[in-house]
Design a binder for this molecule. Structure first.
Ligand code: C5P
Length: 229
């Protein structure tokens, strides 16, 4: 089976306080999305990379990686899950029934090739897919009206990252059904869990951050530099 890579990159990055969407901000001299796609192009058994873009995106074409014939831009949707579903629908006519789909946020440029490879190898031996996640480090509080209700036991709590990889057909059905039913879907695994599938967890890396707030860009630059050493 082959692996199709699907990259939601249609966000506007409203939390970044920047005109430029975060996937196009410069990170060590290269746009964030360029970093992300260069790592993903090293996915084993790669069938192709689908990038979901905003309807008015005028920046993608100027990336060097846009000229790679394995990279295919499509138009995304209103929410992240809509962008992913748009990609899955695009793949429905092109993929084989037993292919996998690996979804990875455009805004996570610090994924390493070695973590990507070990993740793919581990999840390929699962039946219904898996995700990268890290145990939460902070003490967690349940808060209501600015006061602590209680401290939450964190021993079973992990923060989900991407990549997340699933059998393409199974994820398409689960996500389609979850969105139709109005289930809140903030990652692919949420739809898979809701549909009753077993999702494996592979330990991720604390450095595989999602660029969300303005200071994350400087942090990502440091993480990339440290990886080069
Ligand atoms: O905003 P957030 O950090 O959750 O976005 C995660 C990823 O989803 C980003 O790479 C963003 O570009 C993408 N996204 C998308 N379509 C949307 C919203 C976000 O592809 N409508």
């Amino acid at each position: 089976p082959k692996i199709w890579v699907l990259v939601p990159a249609a966000g506007t990055g409203s939390r970044m306080q920047s005109e430029t969407p975060k996937q196009y901000l410069s990170l060590n001299g290269q746009p964030v999305l360029e970093h992300t796609l260069n790592v993903l192009l090293q996915t084993p058994q790669l069938a192709g990379v689908i990038v979901a873009l905003g309807p008015e995106d005028e920046r993608f074409g100027s990336l060097a990686v846009a000229r790679d014939p394995r990279v295919q831009p499509i138009v995304g949707g209103r929410e992240r899950a809509d962008s992913v579903l748009a990609g899955l629908r695009y793949l429905a006519k092109r993929a084989a029934s037993h292919d996998w789909v690996l979804v990875h946020d455009a805004a996570r440029p610090c994924l390493t090739v070695s973590l990507l490879h070990s993740f793919c190898e581990k999840v390929a031996s699962e039946t219904e897919g898996g995700i990268l996640a890290v145990p939460v480090a902070d003490t967690l509080k349940w808060v209501e009206q600015s006061t602590i209700g209680r401290t939450v036991d964190r021993s079973h709590l992990w923060a989900a990252q991407t990549p997340q990889m699933f059998p393409l057909f199974t994820l398409t059905q689960a996500l389609d059904a979850a969105l139709t039913e109005g289930v809140p879907v903030t990652d692919e695994a949420s739809a898979m869990e809701w549909a009753g599938h077993t999702v494996a967890v592979v330990p991720g890396a604390p450095g595989n951050i999602k660029i969300t707030q303005p200071q994350d860009l400087a942090l990502a630059a440091l993480i990339l530099r440290a990886q080069e050493e």
